[in-house]
Design a protein around this ligand. Sequence first.
Ligand code: 3HC
Ligand code: NAI
Length: 692
Amino acid sequence: MPVVTSSLSGAVRTVLIDNPPVNATSVDVRRGLCAAFEEAAADPRTRAVVLACAGATFVAGADIREFGKPPQDPHLSEVIALVEACGKPVVAAIQGTALGGGLELALGCHYRVAGEGARMGLPESTLGVVPGAGGIPRLARLVGVPKALELATSGKPVTACAAREMGLVDAVTTDDPRAAAQRYAEDLLQRGAGPRRTRDLPLAPPPAGYFDDIRARLAVSHRGQEAPLVCVDIAEQSLLRDFDGSVAYGRERFRERVASPQAAALRHAFFAERAATRPAGLPEPDAPVRRAGVVGGGTMGTGIAMCFLNAGIPVTLVEQNEQALAACLRNIGKTYESDVAKGRLDDAARQRRLDGLRGTMAFEDLRDCDLVIEAVFEDMAVKRQVFASIEAHARPDAIIASNTSYLNLDALAEGMLHPENVVGMHFFSPAHIMKLLENVRGARSSPQALARIQALGKRLGKVAVMVGVSEGFVGNRMLSRRARECYFLLEEGALPEQVDRVLHDFGFPMGQFQLNDLAGLDVAWRARQGRLDRLSERERACGILDELVARRKRLGQKSGAGFYRYDAQRKRTVDPEVSALIEQDALRRGFLRRTIGDEEILERCLYVMINEGARILEEGVATRPEEIDAIWMNGYGFPRYRGGPMYYADRIGLPRILARIHAYAEQVGAQYWTPAPLLAELARKGAGFYSS
Ligand code: 3HC
Ligand code: NAI
């Protein structure tokens, strides 16, 4: 079947792209478009053209699968030049999304009509590339340099209405965009209006100092990322060159970007996230979750309830007493009010969400829920009792989920009448904001229950990765290895600010000790107390947390002091008192502190995680390295432009990592640094996690 076809209705020819799933501008589409526009130009019956797409979306971009392969003619910019040069008016009919090369194609059309649900954007920089087919010089002519760069550097799409307001589209329709574009074209013909080429519009320079200013802002907001700055270069050059020169410049910079390591990592991130969220072997879900129950309205329960409400799923929330219930409902109300105040939500949507919320202290009220998730205290006995109460009152086929961070899900399911209904849904704090969801398959969870929570995760807008039972599942298990190494580094000679700087420079939003302070040192301290019997002698003896939390009541940001000191605005400063405590603790325990290089800190933090990731794969807790990468990029701030820990490991090379693990086994101790057999085996074969 040809991917581009044409048909004539009156004097208007519709050129239709039909290239599922997202009508990407693959080589066949580019060639098809050239042929169709040549035909349209030559056909005397055709007086106007509508460029439209089959399916749910307009062109969602260049075909990412072609990136990194030898380019095939024609280039998209040549296709767009042909469309724009057409002597007959061309109207783009935009439904779904017009992204990247798709928006560039629409900008080459002379007029744009969009469905009201359509979204338009230039997400190239999120893939480490830049608009390579004239997107920036054309968009800047239509909406001005600042708005064009806002789209290109953020990668975020705008709605059809916003696009209309900024002059990016000519009309927004509630009707079928193709029918509306046909009428628009007929109207143009009636009015005798001809082509209106974006390239012919004047390009207004932005205010003086604008380019310096945006570069400085991007250096902070997009720290470490190369592509957004290249978008700025392209906009700046567009003012210095003629139109064709600026398109050629953008094309050249695209070519350079597409071959960069960051682009390769970000492409990997794109496909890894899609692969990671589709576990193999699950059936189609047989029923959606229409009402959800949440038991426990503390930090997590409040956020989880909002996740459901935001996705249009009504919630029954159970708390243990009036006071706790009132606090939870108040917190939800306040969050939505603040969303309205910030313009993120309108009042009607806020009301709709609140209308969907029912607070109660009676488990009986859970009887109409399709899924109930508990987020009560992290205590096996409490959770077991709550599970039993849920099972006693919910429907026999309701899914019963736990948000536990570390407890064994299979042990939790023991004694349940229907252990096949029991699953884990590990949300991350703040649950209504964080993208990651670890869905946990218990030994006895039914495939149908798992299929339903995967579908639910997607509906909640999460990156939902299915993992197996294991202490800390995937993310926290790896994090706890990194944390252990960070504490060891303090003993051996580093200070929190050095460790945190190294992790921050690598691209994490914050380092281990900043993270501890944010989450609350009491949380880390309590988790440590609960695991004391499983810690090594060295770990047990490490006294810094006991000193900070138990003796000095430094609980992190919330108490104004933890590993750092915080002012009223939560601005962080290094505290000499903490440095002294660390030094004293090390001295007391006979450590000879030394100067530790940044490279050692980075290696120990990352390689210990990579080694644990290999074990996680060996044990089948994760089934593919993509799952681990997706978890770390979406839940723990691993820089996307480095592709996740397992991808990063392959880039470094497993033989090198293995050699360093052996060296650290000598230096730190084999009990912490024994190579995972999978890693050793892959390294021996010269393979990687992604190449065997
Ligand atoms: N190229 C190739 N495949 C693509 C693609 C693209 N641009 N966009 C999506 N796909 C594939 C996905 O891999 C997936 O394939 P699979 O089913 O085999 O795994 C399938 O299309 C469906 O995608 P999603 O699961 O993401 O579907 P959603 O409905 O959730 O989202 C979307 C649709 C919003 C279009 C989303 O896929 C998306 O954001 N795509 C990327 C858009 C993009 O970044 N475009 C810019 C490309 S760079 C460019 O255009 C350069 C130019 O300037 C020269
Ligand atoms: P929290 O202490 O803020 O909230 C727990 C809530 O459960 C309290 O409001 C309490 O009143 C309620 N509760 C206790 N027993 C109950 C019962 N029998 N019936 C009804 N309500 C009851 O705790 P938080 O931080 O929300 O954690 C909850 C769970 O989520 C824990 O298992 C924790 O490990 C997990 N988790 C926590 C994360 C975090 O960052 N705080 C992240 C991911 C998971």
